[in-house]
Design a binder for this molecule. Structure first.
Ligand code: ATP
Length: 231
């Protein structure tokens, strides 16, 4: 692994591309960084642990061992030239808060930070972090809906509003969505559909669903959950 001091030039080049710096490469940061890479975004990964850095060498555009709580280090790595930086440090709350405050001082335009709990999140928000995320809490809530309902997948888009993947109920088989009057009848919108063998397609008023089809529905939480329970 190269010393982080030699990374300034490379990091500056990455910063010019459509790129993100991810600080803290634990399970969450690593998964985020690898997904960004898979979708074509260049990633500068930073972690203080040599083993973590070694294990991701070659998987990210650049990965470097450094302590993100030092202003000079962030400057040398050209982190201030990135438009988007994610602080994915969780359990070391002091390191998370110090890093976020330095990024704000460096005027990074969009800072995302992971919070372990509400108190951690409140401090990050008070500091001025633009997007505070709660992966554990959000995943817990999401799984609760999956465990208690019949949905195959569930995503809360905003308070009270969700997208759900479920099997098309019998009432929708063999008629167009317009004829079935899904919106008037159930208060939800069918956004997309997939046959058992096929791929996803956008739904239209003239779409006819068959037994075994999967649908992606959008609407208020209680309505999408009720619809997902129909057989
Ligand atoms: P996860 O749940 O994603 O595995 P976590 O919430 O337990 O992570 P931490 O273990 O605190 O979070 O941090 C994740 C990573 O951040 C670790 O790999 C750790 O080495 C790194 N890290 C912590 N502090 C610093 C720091 N000051 N500078 C750089 N990296 C750091």
């Amino acid at each position: 692994m190269r010393n982080f001091l030699s990374f300034g030039h490379d990091a500056r080049r990455i910063a010019e591309a459509d790129s993100v710096a991810v600080i803290g490469l634990g399970r969450f940061g690593t998964s985020l960084a690898l997904e960004l890479m898979a979708s074509g975004t260049e990633v500068l990964g930073i972690d203080g642990d040599e083993d973590v850095v070694q294990s991701l060498n070659g998987e990210l555009t650049q990965v470097v061992r450094a302590d993100s709580t030092k202003l000079e280090v962030l400057r040398q790595l050209a982190v201030d030239e990135f438009d988007r930086v994610v602080v994915a440090i969780g359990s070391d709350i002091t390191a998370s808060i110090l890093t976020a405050s330095l990024l704000l001082q460096l005027e990074v335009p969009v800072i995302w930070a992971k919070a372990l709990d509400e108190r951690h999140g409140a401090v990050l928000e008070q500091l001025g972090v633009h997007r505070v995320i709660y992966p554990e809490k959000d995943m817990g809530r999401r799984v609760a809906h999956l465990v208690r309902g019949a949905a195959a997948d569930y995503l809360e888009i905003d308070k009270g509003f969700a997208v759900v993947k479920t099997i098309a109920p019998r009432a929708l088989h063999g008629v167009t969505l317009a004829e079935a009057g899904v919106r008037a009848e159930h208060g939800i919108t069918v956004a997309a559909h997939r046959s058992e063998a096929g791929s996803w397609a956008n739904a239209a008023p003239e779409t006819v669903l068959q037994a075994g089809d999967t649908v992606l529905i959008v609407g208020p939480i209680e309505k999408v959950e009720r619809f997902a329970q129909l057989r």
